[in-house]
Every structure is written in C-alpha cells, then in structure tokens.
Design a protein around this ligand. Structure first.
Ligand SMILES: Cc1cc2nc3c(=O)[nH]c(=O)nc-3n(C[C@H](O)[C@H](O)[C@H](O)COP(=O)(O)OP(=O)(O)OC[C@H]3O[C@@H](n4cnc5c(N)ncnc54)[C@H](O)[C@@H]3O)c2cc1C
Length: 493
C-alpha cells in the first residue's frame, strides 16, 4: 500500500518534497495556510536564482532551457567548484567547520538542479545581474549563474504543475496548528480551516512551511528587541508555526537563533511583501548596489566596507548592519559615473531618492543625517581613493581607499561627478537561519538527538544550513536539496 504523506507549505521546498514523494509512489497531500492567490511562500517573491557547484561552464549546458540564445557562445560562465561553495559557506560559519547540512547542500546541489530540469523546471543565465560585458563577452562573477525561467513565480508555477501532473493533491486555507502523535510516532496534522479544526491522518509529515521572519514576537524572542522593527521582504505567512509545532513535541532547536538573511531595502517600502503588488514593483524595493558607492548612517559616518567582497557575499549581511545603526536607516550615495551600473530598481518610478549637483547640497537633503559630518566623510573618502587602479566590477579589483579608519576594499571610485544621488535604506528581513535539526535523511531530530518517527523538514525551517551569513542564491537550492531528501524518505521510511 502506498504511504500517505502530508506536506505542510507550498513553496519551493514543500513542492520539491511533494515531487520526490510522488516519484516514490506515495499518496501526497500538500496543505497551505494561505489562499491559492497568496500561496507559494517566499519562493514566489524570489528572483529564482540558484547557487550550485559546477566544475566548468559545460556543466551548465544540460540545465539551460534555451541553448539557441546567441549570447551563450559569447559567455564566460567561469567555474564554481564544490571547494569554493564549501569555502563560501565556511566564511560565514563563525569559525565552525562545515556542518553536515552544508556538506549535503554542496554535494547534492548540481544533481538536484539536474533533477529539477528532469521535472520540467527551466533555467536561464542571469545576464542582467550576475554578468558584466567585458571585451565583447559576458563575464559572470560570484559563482551564481542561473535562475528559474520567470524567476520565483515561474519556479513555483512550474513545480506546482509538475506536482499536480504526478498526482499530488493540495488544500489551501488549511493551516497546520498541531502535530498529532501516537506512541511517539507522527500520525497526522491538526489544521485550522475556514470550516473549523480538522485532523488529517498521515504515515509521515514533511514540514516545509518556512521560518519565523514574519512573526515580530518570535523575532524578539530569538533575535533581540531591535528585530521587531525590521521590514519583512516576503510573505506575511511564515510565522514560525512549523518550528513551534515540532518544538512542542520534543524536537531540538538548531542553528544560530538570531541568524538571518537581511538586506538593504527602500526605507519607504511597505512593512511586508505583498503579492497583490505587481511583480516588478515588489522586487524594486531592494537596494543592493552599495558596492558602487558608500553608505552613511545618521552620524554621517560609513559603517561597513561596502566593497569587502562581491555583492552576493555581502547583501544578506548588510541589512543587519543597517538595523544596528541609530534610527535603523542609512543613505546610499552614488555619483554619475556609476549611474548606468545601478540596477533597474534604482530607476524605478517609486524609488525613494534625493539628488543634487554638489555634495554640499546633497548632504543637506539627507533626512536624519548630520550633514556636516556626512560632508566630511565624503571628502575624506574621495581623498583616500587610490586613483591609480582601474575600476572593474567583474573582479575584486583592489581599487581601494587608503588610510581611512574604515577602508573600502574594492570598487572605490571617487564620488565627484554630478549629479549626485542618495537613496534612503533600512533593513528588510528575508528569512531566518535558526530552526529544526534534521539528519542526512532530512528527518527531524529530538532534543535527545533521536530521529522523530515520521517527521521530516526542509527549506527555511531547517536550522544549521546558514549561520552568520549567506552566499546569494543558496536558499532555493537548500530548499530543493532538503525538500527532495525529505520527500523521498517520507515516502519510503
Ligand atoms: C524577496 C525575496 C527574494 C529572494 N530571492 C532569492 C533568490 O533569488 N534565490 C534564493 O535562493 N533565495 C531567495 N530568497 C530566499 C528564498 O525565498 C527562501 O530561501 C525559500 O524560498 C524558502 O522556501 P521554503 O519553501 O522553505 O519557504 P516558503 O517558500 O516561504 O514557503 C513556506 C510556505 O508555508 C506556508 N505556511 C506557513 N505556515 C504554515 C502552516 N502553519 N500551515 C500551512 N502552511 C503554512 C506559507 O504560507 C508558505 O506558502 C528570497 C526571498 C525573498 C523574500
């Protein structure tokens, strides 16, 4: 008899779990708290970018949906060996070695991309954000090369249609509120529905229902008081319920409780992401081109090395850095030289910014900022730029400032060509890193370190995949890798 598997959530991780369980012949029911229109979780909000290890550009060819794109023959995809992916993760591990979960993520990343392609998910190169044109060629940087066709919306739609094609069932407006156990084994899920509380039976349950980033009370509890003020970039539905339900029945909390992905965002963005806003507008609140300029806080001072590494390796940490500043805001300053390189969101119709023809006039317009101190900072910064080095955004160009208390390590252009523009930013939390502990089969572990019979987890709510930071594009890959594992084992356990 086929196994009955219930999967909680309908984002990338849950759908991958669903597809993998169906492949094993299980009877799969996916339950989603939100309406159908709001379903798909944070995964729907993403750019669909996925990080995976590949030894050479040839390995990308089986993943690409359109090999006829004439740019492909003029592209240097570079390489992203497993060793580099491991190192990128270790660099954010607070000195700890690679965790079991990180090893699984790296080792399974390419195979999982192939598996997705075999399930009709289409991928294309991210020319607009991860490559620059150089000597007539497209040169990729930072180890992140492909995104799902149609970005997050396209990814979730393609995964959902594959899930349904394989015979999966889905119930919307069905919120998991309690895990039912019999003799210490999971036997079902209690759910809140518009018609009241119901109980659904299962041989195994996969939790793929996101972290606690959208829950201010849990942010306060796990991350500290200041996180209550963070804006939420994605779905309002990831309230940490999956983690809470599992902890209630004895699961272990794992990972860094205050670890999270948090990004510089338009100061005037709404408090939550909103799928009702047209897709292009939603995405445009993000402001991550700080590496082309500088960021100033209320005291008129810089507070991070904006060019310490490629943007992929800093953007998820700099949201926290902004939250730590007085007033929880900062201003990003650019001059005309880099205007063309700023991502399209900086030119979007409702982007917040001020503009001036002199730095003196610009700093007067920076609301909440000590203008005199800001001007001094900008002048000192300009004087410290090494003008002998050539600016090159495709590499860590070493074009740095010298002699400042806080130097900028790469891409340090002078800010001296009008018009000058300044964009106010704050912290937008994307997702949380702390969550449940799972083993190599994505089975949830108890406080005693024992596998909890019939309970699996994947995606954002798995703790210990990321600690103090995040190489961009790893979240969806983690969801797919652990989703596939969780679905497989839930179906065959
Ligand atoms: C704006 C934005 C852009 C991003 N861009 C990228 C990117 O390009 N690349 C990348 O790798 N990562 C990106 N991320 C991170 C990425 O979204 C997450 O890592 C990933 O999507 C998480 O997938 P998931 O399936 O675990 O959770 P989700 O996709 O969030 O799905 C969780 C689902 O569970 C549902 N749910 C919650 N509680 C319950 C309950 N009690 N009962 C039933 N259902 C419940 C929710 O409604 C939701 O549908 C981005 C995130 C955001 C917000």
């Amino acid at each position: 008899m086929s196994k009955k598997v219930i999967i909680v959530g309908s984002g990338n991780a849950a759908l991958c779990a669903g597809i993998a369980a169906l492949e094993q012949g299980a009877e799969v029911l996916l339950i989603e708290k939100s309406t159908e229109a709001q379903a798909g979780g944070n995964s729907r909000y993403t750019a669909g970018a996925m990080r995976f290890a590949y030894p050479s550009g040839d390995f990308l060819m089986p993943l690409l949906s359109n090999l006829d794109d004439e740019r492909i023959s003029k592209t240097d995809f570079g390489t992203y060996p497993k060793e580099k992916f491991r190192q990128d993760l270790i660099d954010f591990n607070d000195g700890q070695p690679l965790s079991l979960h990180q090893k699984i993520l790296v080792n399974e990343s390419y195979e999982t991309m192939l598996w997705l392609v075999n399930h009709h998910i289409q991928f294309e190169p991210i020319y607009s954000r991860q490559a620059y044109e150089k000597n007539g060629r497209y040169v990729f940087w930072g180890g992140l090369t492909l995104a799902a066709k149609g970005e997050g919306v396209g990814l979730v739609e393609a995964e959902m249609s594959e899930f349904l094609r394989l015979g999966g069932q889905i119930r919307y407006e069905t919120e998991a509120i309690h895990l039912v156990t019999t003799d210490r084994k999971i036997t079902g899920v209690r759910c809140q529905t518009p018609a009241g509380v119901i109980e659904l039976e299962a041989d195994s349950v996969v939790l793929g229902c996101g972290g606690f980033e959208a829950n201010p009370e849990l942010r306060r509890k796990f991350m500290g008081e200041q996180w209550v003020k963070a804006k939420v970039r994605g779905t309002p539905h990831n309230q940490g319920k999956g983690i809470e339900m599992a902890l209630e029945i004895g699961a272990a909390f794992h990972g860094r409780p205050d670890g999270c992905h948090a990004v510089p965002m338009d100061l005037n963005m709404p408090n939550y992401g909103n799928l009702d806003i047209p897709y292009l507008e939603r995405k445009h609140y993000r402001k991550i081109c700080y590496f082309l300029g500088v960021m100033l806080n209320a005291g008129g001072r810089r507070f991070v090395d904006e060019g310490i590494n490629f943007r992929n390796y800093t953007y998820a940490q700099f949201g926290r850095a902004i939250l730590d500043q007085p007033g929880q805001f900062a201003w990003q300053i650019f001059d005309q030289k880099v205007e063309e390189l700023l991502y399209s969101e900086y030119r979007f119709w409702d982007a917040s910014f001020v503009q001036a023809n002199t730095l003196e006039e610009l700093v007067e317009q920076l609301e909440g900022v000590d203008a005199k101190a800001a001007l001094t900072t900008l002048r000192k910064y300009n004087a410290a730029v090494d003008t002998s080095k050539v600016f090159d955004p495709t590499i860590l160009d070493g074009k740095a400032t010298k002699g400042l208390m806080l130097n900028k390590t790469n891409w340090a252009n002078t800010i001296d060509q009008p018009p000058f523009k300044a964009y106010p930013v704050t912290c937008g939390i994307t997702f949380t890193y702390g969550g449940l502990q799972v083993n190599q089969a994505a089975a949830v572990l108890s406080n005693e370190g024992v596998k909890m019979e019939g309970l699996y987890a994947c995606g954002e709510l798995v703790g210990g995949v990321f600690y103090n930071g995040y190489p961009g594009g790893s979240g969806l890959t983690s969801g797919a890798v652990f989703g596939r594992l969780a679905g497989y084992h839930a179906a065959v356990h």
